[in-house]
Write a protein of this length. Structure first.
Length: 226
């Protein structure tokens, strides 16, 4: 059972999501929060697997709430889906850096909402092509703050195949798509991704996208670096 927390300052939106998710097999809405501070507290209290997190909320916004959840070792397994009004939301880069696992547009189809929760719960990133493009553009257009700059020397621990897999992850490919591209089984692709996450101490695939570009492994033009 996937345990979901709804964090949005609009009660009507929370109610709609609760009805939709409550009708899906294997998903349980375990709580709601009207602001970021409440979201952090209830994510811990209810041991949520996935938090649907609005960005713009009073008291504490969704970015800060996501950052606090990601930084709390007791909530290492909690995945955050950022709720946006538009896929080109200006906070895409900040949200991924903060620890979000993906994005969902608020007017998404009901089936997409349910699928999003399942995708993120199993450890995959939820990055639509348009969101990935926006993320890459943001990375390319701004210098990385010194405090968060990725040490490219960490890539030395990756094998050639793992570098290849990370490049494909950065392109937004799923495990099945990576497997097809490399002519390996989906299980093998998943194993490679898991090892990369461990070696780079990355939270999830969404963070790997950022690290791939910040390290220079992949350039904004879409080509692999040296």
């Amino acid at each position: 059972m996937i345990r979901v927390l709804l964090a949005d300052d609009q009660a009507l939106i929370r109610a709609g999501f609760r009805v939709l998710l409550g009708s899906a097999d294997g998903i349980e809405v375990v709580g709601e929060a009207a602001d970021g501070a409440e979201a952090v507290s209830r994510a811990r209290e209810h041991r949520a697997d996935v938090v649907l997190m609005d960005i713009r909320m009073p008291t504490m916004d969704g970015l800060e709430a996501t950052r606090r959840i990601a930084a709390d070792d007791d909530m290492a397994g909690v995945k955050v889906i950022i709720l946006t009004t538009f896929e080109s939301d200006e906070y895409v880069y900040q949200a991924i850096r903060s620890g979000a696992s993906g994005f969902l547009v608020k007017d998404a189809e009901p089936a997409d909402l349910i699928q999003a929760v399942r995708v993120v719960a199993r450890g995959d990133a939820l990055l639509a092509p348009s969101v990935t493009k926006r993320l890459i553009t943001d990375i390319a257009s701004r210098p990385t703050p010194a405090a968060s700059r990725f040490d490219a020397s960490q890539l030395a621990d990756l094998t050639d195949r793992e570098r290849e897999v990370m490049t494909l992850v950065a392109a937004g490919l799923s495990n099945d798509e990576i497997a097809a591209s490399l002519f390996v089984s989906p299980l093998t692709a998943k194993t490679h991704v898991s090892r990369i996450l461990t070696k780079l101490n990355a939270r999830d695939r969404a963070q790997l996208v950022v690290l791939a570009y910040e390290s220079g492994l992949v350039t904004p033009g879409g080509s692999a670096g040296n």
